[in-house]
Design a protein around this ligand. Structure first.
Ligand code: F6R
Length: 608
């Protein structure tokens, strides 16, 4: 949830750290801070609020001198978001400064023990115990102090430590929280995400749980939990720095909405070879495939809603039972899972704590795990038996858009692939769907072009304080994502209901002027959805319909209309979500919300 960054080089560290924090700010934005060692002392600057406040306070870092340092942007877990709880935290003797992403679960006990030993705590954070433990265990050997400290910590953490020793030494340690090392020329770095590293280097090392590293300007050494040196492979980051910048758009979210046709193409096209779908990391034998008797999809938030779309498509094409389970629930259930279960885990970040826990739980019960992940080298990608990456590039806006559509794209391809391998799809249908997949980037672009005036509509409808989304079958699955987009960035109460369920309770809420967004793209149930429109209109509701662009019937009934191009039916959600993303974006803008950084949220939920 928080973002951490570290730098060791021969130029001023503060500006590099602040730039890194800007690139990690999507991970948390309650407060920001840096600690830089100038050889004589560790200088700390930290402040409540955005990284821009820190930049202003330090004159873009010019006030804080030194060549080695660490930085942090926070999503508060322990202690209110204020200047004191902002990271970095110092040891009592000022020799160590620490930044942390994750949760130290046994911090209360450690705090009590350290207090009894005479250490004074300044903040309410769990992190401060780490700084004092380092001081307690330091007897001239930093490596030993790190190992002894790590042995006392329970929970999840990626930690950055700067130590006033020589001209300043930099350490990074990882346990169940992402941490990546960047190899530069005459300078080296660490960060929670490659986004902070790509302006400097594309050569990275992914730390594993239990490993820690010492970084100097000349190089870095990685150690395992017992202190033995580990030789790590160097990976190349596949994307450029521009991919993580706004590129002229006012918000990352808008840029990412517009990127969707290209991201779809990047995800789908390389996997169609000679008109056949090929998944290089999912090549089960026929026997293994046929032994699968059920599929469980698990994820959180939008990734789960992508899974809801996937459920309809996989069941329809493959005739294999599919359930979609919230990872936060699945992890604590006693699910019926065995070797015949295929678990599909979906995650943009690959670091979501609940999803990781559900994966581990199901794997321990024998499930074969296929992960659909965007971030290369992430924890979920490492834990799964097979990985299919979505090639969406870096997603910076907290509200996912291209992450979601590329997840749906992979699920669609997977459904076609499985149906074919299981002998449940004829060749004519297969060829038709492959052709339709090639057409989808154009259709998604048309969905964008058809809805360029959604801004005006959003302005007119932005005063609503509660908005209902209704639909049936795949339309209902898309309603869930449409409602989430709206609520998380505009703070309007928005909820999705299966249209057929309305009369079992929810319709009691509908009154004169209520706004009901009705998704009516799923053709086989169109007439039923039209009846639901009649029902809510009879109670005074205003209807915003999302339907095929040439559907005259709905235009005559609805008050407003968001058109969607016609596509092969199973691919419609990919086009249909686009006007809803744009609607949410412009409603939030109209209401003056901070679109890329919605309140209380953060991307990459690495804590439970
Ligand atoms: C909503 C959103 C979240 C994420 C969820 C899972 O716009 O972004 O609901 O979808 O937190 O995150 P990942 O996909 O990283 O596991």
């Amino acid at each position: 949830m928080c973002g951490i960054v570290g730098f060791s080089g021969t130029r001023e560290a503060a500006a590099v750290l602040i730039d890194g924090l800007r690139r990690l700010e999507y991970r948390g934005y309650d407060s920001a801070g840096i600690a830089v060692c100038d050889g004589e002392r560790i200088n700390v600057a930290k402040v409540k609020g955005y990284v821009k406040n820190l930049a202003e306070m330090t004159h873009d870092g010019a006030d804080i001198r030194g060549f080695v340092g660490i930085g942090h942007t926070r999503w508060a877990t322990h202690g209110a978001p204020n200047d004191v709880n902002a990271h970095p935290h110092l040891s009592s003797d000022g020799r160590f400064a620490v930044v942390h992403n994750g949760i130290i679960e046994n911090y209360a006990l450690l705090r009590q023990e350290l207090t009894e030993r005479g250490y004074k705590f300044l903040s309410d954070t769990d992190t401060e115990v780490v700084a004092h433990l380092l001081e307690l265990y330091y007897a001239g050997d930093m490596k030993k102090a790190i190992m002894k400290t790590a042995a006392r910590l329970e929970g999840s953490y990626s930690l950055g430590v700067v130590c006033l020793d020589g001209s300043g030494r930099l350490f990074a340690m990882r346990e169940q929280s992402p941490l990546i090392l960047g190899l530069g020329v005459g300078e080296n770095y660490f960060a929670s995400d490659v986004a902070a590293l790509v302006p400097h280097t594309k050569n990275v090392i992914y730390l594993e749980d239990g490993e820690f590293a010492e970084l100097t300007p000349e190089g870095m050494t990685v150690y395992d939990v017992t202190g033995h040196e580990v030789k790590k492979p160097v990976s190349r980051v596949a994307w450029d720095v521009e991919a993580a910048e706004k590129g002229g758009y006012e918000h990352f979210m808008l840029k990412e909405i517009m990127e969707q046709p290209a991201c779809f193409k990047a995800t789908v096209e390389p996997r169609i070879k000679n008109d056949r779908i090929v998944f290089e990391d999912f090549d089960l034998t026929d026997g293994e495939l046929k032994s699968i008797d059920k599929i469980i999809i698990t994820a959180c938030g939008s990734a789960g809603y992508a899974g809801q779309v996937g459920r309809y498509v996989i069941e329809e094409l493959c005739r294999v039972p599919v359930t979609v389970e919230l990872a936060s629930e699945l992890r604590y259930r006693n699910p019926i899972i065995d070797e015949k279960t295929l678990l599909i885990v979906i995650s943009q970040s690959g670091e979501t704590a609940d999803t990781i826990a559900a994966l581990k739980e199901c794997k321990s019960r024998g499930a074969r795990v296929l992960a659909i992940v965007n971030v290369v080298g992430s924890t979920i990608a490492k834990l799964a038996d097979h990985v299919i990456y979505t090639w969406a590039g870096p997603e910076i806006a907290v509200a996912t858009t291209k992450g979601y559509t590329t997840q749906v794209a992979v699920l669609d391809m997977l459904a076609i692939y499985l149906a074919d391998r299981l002998g449940r799809m004829d060749s004519v249908t297969y060829e038709r769907l492959i052709t339709a997949l090639h057409d989808m980037p154009g259709k998604m672009q048309r969905a964008i072009d058809l809805n360029r005036n959604v801004k005006k509509l959003a302005k007119r409808l932005s005063h609503h304080n509660d908005i209902y989304f209704i639909g049936r079958n795949m339309d209902y699955a898309v309603c869930m994502e449409g409602a989430l987009k709206l609520k998380e960035i505009s703070y309007i109460f928005a909820e999705a209901y299966a249209a057929g369920e309305l009369k079992h309770g929810t319709i009691a809420l509908v009154e004169q002027g209520s706004l009901v967004v009705t998704l009516a793209c799923y053709e086989p149930l169109f007439d039923k959805t039209m009846s639901n429109i009649e029902e809510v209109k009879a109670r005074g509701a205003q209807v915003l319909a999302v339907a095929p662009e040439d559907n005259k019937k709905i235009v005559s009934k609805a008050d407003d209309f968001l058109p969607v191009p016609r596509t092969e039916p199973i691919f419609t959600p990919l086009a249909q979500i686009i006007p809803l993303q744009l609607f949410a974006y412009y409603v939030a803008k109209e209401r003056g919300c901070d679109i890329d950084k919605p309140k209380n949220l953060a991307k990459s939920v690495t804590v439970e």
